[in-house]
Design a binder for this molecule. Sequence first.
Ligand code: TGC
Ligand code: FAD
Length: 392
Amino acid sequence: MAQDLYQAPDYFHLDDLLTDEHKLIRDAAREWIKREVTPIIEDAAQKAKFPKQIINGLAKIGAFGSFIPEEYGGSGLDQISYGIIMQEIERGDSGVRSTASVQSSLVMYPIWKFGSEEQKQKYLPKLASGELMGCFGLTEPNHGSNPSGMETKFKDMGDHYLLSGAKLWISNSPFADIAVVWAKNEKGRIHGLIVERGMKGFSTPETHHKWSLRASATGELIFDNVKIPKENLLLGKSGLGAPLMCLDSARYGIAWGAIGAAMDCYSTALRYAKERTQFDKPIAAFQLQQKKLAEMITEITKAQFLTWRLGVLRDEGKATSAQISMAKRNNVEMALNIARESRQILGAMGITGDYSIMRHMMNLESVITYEGTHDIHLLITGMDITGISAFI
Ligand code: TGC
Ligand code: FAD
């Protein structure tokens, strides 16, 4: 890939609303992405291989459980800090951000919120340091947008549980050491269980031939009567609300992350438009190109403020699930539109791996689908404002 000349846009001086600590965290993450991720990510995506060598660095910039208390190995940071870290990582690649959001919001968060003290002590410090990597199994072959219909189930056998079923489209599954899996008990109530690699009957085949999120490893989770120790049940909360609480945290991080991808595309397109000459002028001199760039910075700025405000509300414990849905939906669509427009500004060069834009664009096709599709988030907003569910 060409040299990383990223210039982060901050048109309305959002920086003035951040604390010195936020800026330090942001600068450390930004510098690490530039040094360790940009030089290798295009090759990893082309080869469809998750770059495991970055796990240690991700842990060091606080990408694993930044909001988890320090007593459990986390960084004890606020929600704005978590968002900023996700934004900087996704500026590099959505697949790398996926690994970080799954580890933080979908594995560490449920263990922290719903786990016993023993489970927290056993898993959280190792997950924070990257010694253990985790994945989150909710989606099934017959149940994507409607996880309440899940068929994966577990039976109480007296001294252990027996887990059977399958999950698919699971980020990190091919290399994860543990999986937080959602399954129904004999009464049909949803619970979370911690499944460990090596348990008999548990396998994690990789899903190949993706055109999107290629630097992230995606796979299945297959449970063929897996014997689960009783102490691996997450007892703190049951019902669909438990995994949905985890999704709130991850969707919040994605709302920030998508802005990072958009900022990277905009920064590249602006620079290219000023350098590339056609008809004896830089293409940035043409009104059509200026319209594209002006609309991009406007949309990025609106998303930055929506998301910063959401972070403040989350830090105050006041953000609603519907507000998170609105931000995830708006920002991912905004980023995808900007990636497509930026790609056009680069002409033919835009389709090459010399620039990050096409990779962002392909990645965002997954981001607009996972963690609740674009349609589902619209219906969550619809339900919130009308009080009527379109799902039943
Ligand atoms: P519904 O009847 O509305 O709700 C069931 C129960 O859950 C409660 N609840 C919530 N609780 C906490 N947080 C939320 N956000 C909640 N939303 C709802 C609700 O109050 C109720 O509680 P109770 O006590 O009455 O039982 O459920 P529904 O079956 O009608 O479904 C609602 C719907 C469609 C919005 C939900 O199923 C949904 O969000 N579907 C989308 C599925 C999804 O997002 N899957 C994501 C899988 S993980 C993933 O994609 C990871 S990608 C990671 C990466 O690589 O970055
Ligand atoms: P479906 O639910 O079959 O939806 C298909 C289409 O129908 C969509 O356009 C949808 O919007 C629309 N639709 C569905 N219901 C309605 C409705 N009521 N009204 C209107 N339209 C509707 N899952 C995990 O559990 N863990 C992971 O780590 C994970 N990682 C992923 C990584 C990648 C790369 C991808 C692509 C997916 C991942 N997922 C993961 C799965 C993801 O959450 C699901 O793909 C997503 O929830 C949608 O489910 P589905 O693909 O089965 O689509």
